[in-house]
Design a protein around this ligand. Structure first.
Ligand code: UD1
Length: 364
């Protein structure tokens, strides 16, 4: 029996874990998974609703870390995860993505000489100012097994001399998009819920969907104001589920500018988000996950960043990068269009990444 401790803590990690944990459970005689939730995301809408809706196994440990500066948050996690690992003595520690929970899990394990499995290894923006880039690089360099989502990610690791135990198994988020978007489609109640959410009926393809939360766009409220002023002038309503990190700024700007075209709502559950994505006219975001979901679901996306780790999405107009500059952003949103002349390449896999990861875990 192999014992795996999985460390998760932020919203996108709950989504990824829901697919892999279900698959691991099928091999209960060979694999035991213990889930540790750092509670980096702790609001009901950022955490609990994901555990419920996606039927993620209950964590054995909830560390209750919550918010803080990066050092404080990561440091507290490191101490508590170490305690768990000393007690549980797992064969492997599994981490996802690039958050502070990822780095803390990997570092705690590495110091105890427990092999680390990094799912979503090898991504690079080549912008070291991003906390996520720091987390990715450090985690990759202390991982024993590196599960990459794309060939680009494998190549990125090669450039850093990481070539052993590197696998391209596709993107685990592609599994969840394929699996849950079908369920979301069939759930009529959900559609009614969405309509009542806004107090009016909005026709499919008649909204833009936006999420903005990265430090680079929100640390300076001028940038956020520029982005909102562009959204305010678009030809259809804009649905904006607001991350709690920017709630205060959004409320202040809304009070000052009284936006009519933007519907600021609380963060939504995963299936509602997939529904809103799939049926949106266009997406405007700075999220890594949403860029890819838009690509998989064939919705044009405008990413308000200077770089993207998901470079494949930039082909054939699926995704375009834009600075938070009024004229550039406005023009890029208006012009965004997928070039359907070319056959779409399925860079992110076939929705069977979880199965492939479990195969590696069983054979390692
Ligand atoms: C984190 C990840 C980011 C990922 C995002 C997904 C890092 C460095 N960044 O960013 O890569 O894209 O999660 O959503 O780990 N807050 C709440 N309630 C919550 C969660 C956060 O109020 O449930 C507020 C707090 O004020 C907190 C702030 O949001 O200080 C930022 O949260 P934090 O977890 O530090 O980073 P994210 O911005 O969510």
């Amino acid at each position: 029996m192999k014992k795996i401790v999985t460390v998760i803590g932020a919203r996108p990690q709950f989504i990824k874990a829901s697919m892999l944990s279900k698959e691991i459970k099928k091999y209960q005689n060979e694999l035991e998974e213990i889930i540790v939730n750092t509670d980096q995301h702790y609001d009901k809408n950022m955490s609990d609703i994901f555990f419920e809706q996606l039927q993620i196994p209950k964590p054995k440990y909830n560390l209750g870390i919550g918010s803080g500066t990066h050092g404080e948050q990561t440091g507290k996690m490191l101490m508590k995860i170490e305690e768990v690992l000393i007690k549980e003595k797992p064969d492997y520690v599994l981490v996802y993505g690039d958050t502070n929970s990822t780095l803390a899990g990997a570092l705690a394990a590495s110091k105890l000489l427990i092999p680390v499995i990094h799912v979503e290894a090898g991504l690079r923006s080549y912008n070291k100012n991003m906390p996520e880039e720091q987390n990715r690089i450090l985690t990759d360099h202390i991982s024993k097994i590196l599960i990459c989502p794309t060939d680009t990610a494998v190549e990125n690791l090669k450039k850093e001399n990481i070539t052993e135990n590197v696998y391209n198994l596709g993107d685990i988020m592609c599994d969840s998009v394929i699996y849950y978007s079908k369920i979301a489609d069939k759930t009529i109640v959900l559609k009614d819920n969405i309509k009542s959410l806004y107090g009016k009926n909005i026709d499919i393809n008649k909204w833009y969907l936006t999420t903005i939360h990265r430090a680079e766009n929100t640390a300076d409220s001028k940038k956020l104001q520029t982005i909102l002023s562009v959204l305010e002038e678009l030809d259809e309503k804009v649905i904006f589920p607001v991350h709690p990190r920017i709630r205060k700024f959004v409320d202040e700007l809304n009070e000052k500018n009284n936006y009519n075209n933007i519907l600021f709502i609380e963060p939504v559950d995963y299936m509602t988000m997939l529904y809103l994505t799939k049926n949106a006219k266009k997406i405007v975001t700075d999220s890594g996950g949403l860029q890819k979901e838009a690509y998989i679901l064939d919705v044009p996306c405008i990413t308000v960043r200077d770089q993207t780790e998901w470079v494949e999405t930039l082909e054939n107009g699926y995704n375009v990068l834009a600075k938070p500059d009024y004229f550039e952003l406005k023009q890029k949103i208006e012009n965004a269009q997928i070039n359907k002349k070319f056959e779409k390449k399925h860079y992110y896999g076939d929705g069977k990444t979880a199965e492939k990861i479990v195969k590696v875990l069983r054979e390692e």
